[in-house]
Design a protein around this ligand. Sequence first.
Ligand code: ACO
Length: 429
Amino acid sequence: MTETARLTLGDRTIDLPVIVGSENEHAIDISQLRKETGYITLDEGYGNTGACMSAITFIDGDKGILRYRGIPIEVLAEHSSFVEVAYLLIWGKLPNRPELESFRQLMAKHSFLREQLRHHFEAFPPGSPPMAVLSAVLNSMACFYPELLEAEDVDIFQEGAARILSKVRTIAAYSYNHDMGHSLVYPHPDKSFCENFLHMMFSQPYKDYEPDPALVRALDVLLLLHADHEQNCSTSTVRMVGSSGANLFASVSAGVSALWGPLHGGANVAVVQMLETILSRGMSVKDYVEQVKNKKEGIRIMGFGHRVYKSFDPRAKIIKTQAEAVLKKIHRDDPLLAIAEELEGVALEDDYFKERSLYPNVDFYSGVILRALGIPTAMFTVMFAIGRMPGWIAQWYEDRFITKGRIQRPRQVYTGPTELCYVPLDNRD
Ligand code: ACO
């Protein structure tokens, strides 16, 4: 028998259908609620609201499970690559060898920026926030590819997606080098996705940067771990913007803006700032934790806590292991790693954090790897955006081409004044 939920409002009772997902998640379908009762639901922050049906990513926050298209994140981190995962997320299956090769070639072909686009960087003042630059340049790509704006055709979508996935690295590296006053290094189509990015970041016209393969792999895994995370703040933003019929460039540019905030992707910058503060002030980790707990300073342990994960974030576990291994491999000692590990240990033993189910999230240890790669702290959230791009594109595609969602338009409960008279300017107090 199909399950229903019964809702009683005064003397009226209605039955609401229950939708069951493939992982046995239950949802009460309220799509007819307002029509039938005149009521809406209120769920600030959407903690209990499903905004769409999606077949891309599954999270069980209580058990610490994350799967892309059914495949556990731990397996992908061990055996797969960022480019393969991008294909998996967007097209719903692992590519075979020819498919992967042609996807790689498509990205290599599209890694360059148009010269006019390159000149945009000169207009940004020194010290511009790299997330602002990234969002602006991604959006302005729409001006260069008008033929890709009416992406109702899968081939056109694929062209646009490949351009964004590939050029996001070029934009990030150009933005960094422009800000540093360095020469801009063109992409090298024969290099792998991550090698090419590091080449554009750190090569000089007279000297190629040759990274340790362990660092290249660590970056690849880091990006792969960020590739999608179902309906988080930035992904919901991408779907929301896309639901109006807006093009892919505009939608992912909005995703970058949403990711920027310190409660979301910006947390990876905030974590390093927090660890640096503890180090430079010579504070004990216990004192810092006490300050967080007394809430007077309004500070949190950045990189801790998650709306969905209430046991552990599987990405954080993998990143921590990677960070330790990479530092060992390149014989580097980062004092911030030691502080982060101590902070984690103290917090996990503390009732405040236990009672609120607060654990390290993806951002807690990622900065250690990024620092080892030589990425400046200000660029950390840009790295997150490069990693999250396949997820944003896959979710945009699903909404536009597969589920063909309606324009997203939440309701509200109005709390302002009821009807007032307009007071002419001369009569006002
Ligand atoms: N440190 C200390 N206390 C915390 C933390 C933290 N990092 N996170 C939550 N809490 C406390 C809150 O103060 C609150 O306590 P209270 O019940 O006494 O008021 C309780 O835990 C619940 O917190 P909420 O803010 O209601 O939880 P929510 O689910 O809305 O927020 C969030 C989740 C934003 C991730 C939060 O845990 C946070 O601010 N973490 C730090 C920032 C961070 O790391 N963000 C990255 C998240 S992962 C990502 O977006 C990629």
